[in-house]
Design a protein around this ligand. Structure first.
Ligand SMILES: [Zn+2]
Length: 81
């Protein structure tokens, strides 16, 4: 379903799940991959910073940072250990 090589998706650290979301670039509802992005600090990685959950459109690879309820929902979804 997802193309084998989507350049901007190649560094996805951890996929949380997928859902249909509105993509501003596609101007349509498309499938997005939800994933957690580690943030590199100067000396260490912070796993749980506020902007660490992204949703990436699988059609145009546009990424959106999830916040608030959307973020919580992504984190509590399947695939989270
Ligand atoms: Zn899109």
């Amino acid at each position: 379903m997802i193309p084998e090589r989507l350049p901007s998706l190649s560094r996805i650290p951890k996929e949380l799940g997928r859902e249909e979301r509105y993509c501003e670039r596609c101007e349509a509802r498309t499938d997005h991959i939800l994933y957690r992005v580690p943030k590199k600090m100067i000396f260490f990685y912070v796993k749980n910073h506020a902007g660490n959950i992204h949703a990436t459109c699988i059609r145009c690879a546009r990424s959106t940072v999830l916040t608030g309820k959307e973020r919580e929902r992504a984190l509590s979804g399947p695939g989270v250990s």
